[in-house]
Design a protein around this ligand. Sequence first.
Ligand SMILES: Nc1ncnc2c1ncn2[C@@H]1O[C@H](COP(=O)(O)OP(=O)(O)O)[C@@H](O)[C@H]1O
Ligand SMILES: CC(=O)OP(=O)(O)O
Ligand SMILES: [Mg+2]
Length: 414
Amino acid sequence: MGKYILAVNAGSSSVKVTFYTFENPPQAIADAQVSGITAPPPTLKYQRGPVKIKEELKEKLNTPQDAFKYILQRCFNDPELSEVASDRDLAYVCHRVVHGGDYQDAVEINDETLHHLEDLEDLAPLHNFSALEIVRLCKKELPSVTSITYFDSAFHQTLPDYVRTYPINQQTAKAHGLRKYGFHGISYSFILRSVTQFLGKPQEQTNLIAMHIGSGASMCAIKEGKSIDTSMGLTPLAGLPGATRSGDIDPSLVFHYTSEAGKLSPGSTKEMHISTAEEILNKQSGWKALTGTTDFSQIAVENFPSESHKLAFDILVDRMLGYIGNYFVKLGGHVDAIVFAGGIGEKSALLRRTLAEKCKCLGVAINAEANVKGPEDKETVKDITQGSSKGPRVLICQTNEQFEMAYHTVESRL
Ligand SMILES: Nc1ncnc2c1ncn2[C@@H]1O[C@H](COP(=O)(O)OP(=O)(O)O)[C@@H](O)[C@H]1O
Ligand SMILES: CC(=O)OP(=O)(O)O
Ligand SMILES: [Mg+2]
């Protein structure tokens, strides 16, 4: 058996992979990311030790599977990365799968588990399809390597019934698995562990309001180390708006949008059944629809480039504020920390400052300088609370879904 772990985080427009040593804790030896798969040309970011490479790719990579194959070959053939030259050097491949249905934990892939996950594809065609394509590819091309799937939804198996249940016909709901699942759980698991270590407090005594704000954005109320509510739902469309996702809307809006919206999307294939409405709300909405850009760093600037940029920013702030208030009350006001994570949460000082100002009534106060400076490269958790604050701590956590998967793989198998 090989000695290294490959962790794969496949999205609809990007694929991120990291190679780790099989030790506790795992050490990253190389990290590669292909983005822009849906908006060519694709770009590669590759980091191996101190060497950082960024380049536009000439290759046509139309799907996340193409991108994964490309990354794998590039790493296997890199003479400077001789530790991993073929499947013989790998012990495990960990895959981030967004929707895990009722799975409470990670699962090893075999014919039975793969079939079960394929059945779930219908619940999350936009998210699970790419990840499972890569799982199938690994089964074929790296047959000696065990694949393990980690689920974003697993962290939220602790949601109380009254949170996870939609008030609809319960027979129909049960027959079709229609309930709140919640996502970004691999990230929340990383955040919970890192923040409790930082605070020096046991997980089962820690209450957090955690926010994973990236292209997809969600929030989570964690009580005594367990998820008690989260903003995403049956699919990652619910809750906060994202780069291309609408977030919560009145469900009736779908019927008013256009009569075409109920039909199957032109992008649907034999394996992937999605309606035009689902595609519009997932891929053509959010701040892209308001401003034309999916890059929040162009929106969250001191002098907004346009009224629509300001509107996009204000909408995100308003929806986040709503969840902070909601979760603060659900946690009975006992909040150890409010945690910012995800590409935007970690990098946008303006978003953090704006929210902190609006949360003054909850005792929230941040240190302006620490907020602007943000965390150092290797600083997993940074405290930006104002020294004199008696309210909840305000933390930035540089979350890492690949690490979380590798960590659990080592923990459970070493
Ligand atoms: N300085 C910044 N200010 C605001 N947003 C930023 C900044 N840097 C990066 N981002 C945004 O972070 C988002 C990507 O976050 P990430 O968590 O990596 O998303 P995903 O994993 O869903 O692709 C993008 O919208 C990007 O524009
Ligand atoms: C669940 C989800 O929305 O994932 P991402 O933020 O990676 O798109
Ligand atoms: Mg992400």
